[in-house]
Ligand binder design. Structure first.
Ligand code: KG4
Length: 339
């Protein structure tokens, strides 16, 4: 019998639903919320309201595109956390109610684990370019920067993580300081392609072990910019591309330095990247350079699976389903947790 999993994602500002049959993706519908653009960041209350409006049509569309009826579903998987509580509650409540009404198992998914398992989303049966266990995954998003040792689908160990801001958060905040739009990541990426990454130098952290820190870089960027603006009020306009390129290069260097150290210490050469910041072209290029120089087998997800999506929730749910790792209706959403 087919195993058909409906995945639901609502941890931040994307409402998403996806259907996976026997590990192969049938549909992935993502409704992004434009309402936050005017505020320069996600407004939690507006996000929950938009999720409430979107959740039924998005699930309906995902089932329709998959050509699957709700009665054919084997289980409903949903993001239980971490994320914005109000946003999570919409997806969690819907998923639980839907699973209960169909009398099928509900499967809770850790959003961070799902970002890592996005590498196992298969668009066709023949899709076999997947990391082999054990592999290292650099998880870089708006809220997290972690190096994870992935031993199996359900066995992950965080070896290092940020002690303050995440890489994406630092990019977004620096972009805000420059008066660019939201989210800053894609804008910085675009500008950086035309800039000189060596034009400016920003301070890099000296953090022990395999941990990261990005708050110092953010401050260094802000103070340097303030000084330069005193000399030239149009400094940002004149140097936009170089500022973006230098900022991006500093962040990529910080991320790759630690990843390289871990890979060397553990003698692992299966290396993956995941999370919203893995869409960044500078980071992707650096992965390719490392592959050529150090013999890494690298795994970079498709753009559509780097940011929040339900396909990664559904695939994580699929592997938990195979393990009969189900959730009970009393399990609440959680806003903070690591892997
Ligand atoms: O994983 P994600 O979609 O959301 C969570 O944090 O869960 O990641 C969003 C982050 C934002 O900080 C955004 O600016 C960043 O990913 N981002 C990028 C790019 N696209 C998205 N950062 C750099 N370059 C990009 N192309």
């Amino acid at each position: 019998m087919d195993t058909i999993i409906l995945g639901i994602e609502s941890s931040c500002d994307d409402t998403s639903a996806a259907v996976i049959r026997n590990g192969v993706l049938l549909s992935n519908v993502v409704s992004s919320q434009a309402v936050h653009e005017a505020y320069g960041g996600v407004v939690p209350e507006l996000a929950s309201r938009a999720h409430q409006q979107n959740i039924v049509p998005v699930v309906h569309e995902a089932l329709k595109r998959a050509g699957v009826t709700k009665e054919e579903l084997s289980a409903v998987a949903f993001t239980r956390g971490p994320g914005l509580m109000g946003s999570l509650l919409v997806g969690v409540s819907f998923a639980k109610g839907f699973a209960r009404s169909l009398n099928i198992p509900m499967i809770d998914v850790n959003h961070l684990q799902a970002h890592v398992l996005a590498h196992f989303i298969k668009e066709t049966e023949e899709d076999t370019n997947q990391p082999k266990f054990p592999f290292l995954c650099l998880l870089v998003s708006g809220g997290n920067s972690q190096i994870i040792l992935v031993k199996a689908y359900n066995d992950m160990e965080v070896l290092g993580q940020t002690i303050d801001d995440a890489a994406g958060e630092a990019i977004d905040k620096c972009s805000k300081v420059m008066g660019l739009g939201y989210p800053g990541g894609p804008i910085i990426d675009k500008l950086a392609r035309q800039g000189n990454p060596k034009a400016f130098t920003f301070s890099k952290p000296h953090i022990p072990d395999y941990n990261y820190s990005f708050s110092g870089l953010k401050t260094s960027f802000l103070y340097s910019l303030r000084d330069w603006l005193k000399e030239d009020p149009n400094f940002i306009e004149h140097h936009k591309n170089d500022l973006a390129a230098s900022l991006e290069a500093t962040i990529v260097d910080i991320l790759m330095d630690k990843l390289r150290k871990v890979a060397k210490a553990l003698k692992v050469n299966e290396i993956a990247v995941a999370g919203g910041v893995s869409a960044n072209n500078g980071l992707r290029n650096s992965f390719h350079e490392h592959a050529a120089k150090y013999g890494w087998n690298i795994y970079i997800p498709k753009f559509s699976y780097t940011t929040d999506n339900a396909a990664m929730i559904a695939i994580t749910g699929y592997y938990k389903y195979l393990d009969k790792d189900f959730c009970t209706i009393d399990k609440p959403a959680y806003s903070r947790v690591t892997i």
